[in-house]
Design a protein around this ligand. Sequence first.
Ligand SMILES: Cc1cc2nc3c(=O)[nH]c(=O)nc-3n(C[C@H](O)[C@H](O)[C@H](O)COP(=O)(O)OP(=O)(O)OC[C@H]3O[C@@H](n4cnc5c(N)ncnc54)[C@H](O)[C@@H]3O)c2cc1C
Ligand code: SF4
Ligand code: SF4
Ligand code: SF4
Length: 394
Amino acid sequence: MIELKNKTDCCGCSACMNICPRKCIHMLSDNEGFLYPNIDIDQCINCGLCEKCCPIINFKERAMKVPEAYVIQNKDAAVCHESTSGGAFTAIAEYVIENHGIVFGAEMTDQYKVRHCAVEAKADLKKFRNSKYVQSDVGQTYQEVKKYLKEGRLVCYSGTPCQIEGLLQYLGECEKDSLVLVDLVCRAVPSPGVWKKYVAFLENKYGKISSIRFRDKTLGYQYSTMEIIFENGKVLREGIESDKWLRMFFSGMIIRPSCSSCKFRSINRRSDFTLWDCLNIHRIDKSLDEKLGVTRVLVHTNKGKKILDAIGDKIECHHISVDAAINHVNELSVSPNINEKRASFYEDIGKTSMEKVLNTYFPNTSAIKIKRNVRRIMNRLGIDVIIKHFIRKG
Ligand SMILES: Cc1cc2nc3c(=O)[nH]c(=O)nc-3n(C[C@H](O)[C@H](O)[C@H](O)COP(=O)(O)OP(=O)(O)OC[C@H]3O[C@@H](n4cnc5c(N)ncnc54)[C@H](O)[C@@H]3O)c2cc1C
Ligand code: SF4
Ligand code: SF4
Ligand code: SF4
């Protein structure tokens, strides 16, 4: 039976909950708003399956397989616009659906909860486009994957590296020839519990929300912003320097503890594809439109290569060296630190209003207002990319 000594030892993948034959593991929220397994000891038969399938307990370094690297842009500009980067994920997922398959990914529900679900129609892939910077609840989707694989269906599962490892551990010896795995380069995941409180705070302050996008490209891919639209027409569109949610995320205040010592930061993956941003495409390949966004892709398997060949008509795809792809990508090797004020932040969030907490820990200082205004002006003048080129060359 799993006994967690440290919170850093659990990434919340839910593999243990999915495998328990007694259904006596429940994923419960802790005081920071993250899910952890809780075991009903009276029901447990000590079969040990939960420990055997935990990707953290069973983590081992694997022999290095060198992947192939690409930069990819979906030929459909509308798909690029809705996607985080270059819409590579949609092209892979469409292939699966065209071959009568089923695709799992992270959606945001009408109540703004982030969770995994499955779709079988191309039109529904829209749900998965755009990164949700909140940990997704996988629920019982690993069990669904197993069922579909046993029925002989082609299945695509996308998620963070620890979710993909959790799924593989859960599936064990199950036949995986028709399973396509897509993971991400993953900095960290923010707390679903704080997200729920933040959404309630926004609705209380500004009115009912009609849509949320964590990576909107209205101001371009280089300056992607968090966009929240309210039913009364109000729009909040702020970048990483001024948006409160992004500031909470990138300061390490609300990330899952396991992300600060993540075991899955490597290019050596068991997935078929690894996807991530390419904000420096001007340094790698000048022929792609950098305003639309570009996905960097590592292909780890022959299955992945065959799919890439098959989707050639949907994407602009240029082969690059692995070194060029991973150059300066810190998220592949360095885990972010937990913010030193985190304990008092969570204490305050439990006893005072979100507005007060945000004003205390993430105030709108003059420095932030200046940074925001400078970025806006540079963006309007179209010189932000030019300045980035210049700074990087210098
Ligand atoms: C939590 C998180 C952290 C990330 N960190 C980095 C980073 O540090 N550096 C970097 O370069 N890129 C990071 N990415 C990846 C990047 O944001 C894009 O997802 C990637 O470039 C693919 O873009 P796309 O345009 O091809 O696909 P998109 O159309 O944007 O597809 C999004 C894909 O991500 C999945 N997804 C969305 N939200 C979640 C979630 N909460 N949990 C699990 N899966 C999700 C969807 O199921 C879908 O498969 C992160 C993504 C997430 C979700
Ligand atoms: S030991 Fe077996 S029965 Fe007990 S919690 Fe783990 S999986 Fe469930
Ligand atoms: S299987 Fe996943 S959810 Fe369960 S203890 Fe291990 S890391 Fe945590
Ligand atoms: S940083 Fe690591 S532990 Fe955290 S969500 Fe990403 S893969 Fe999982």
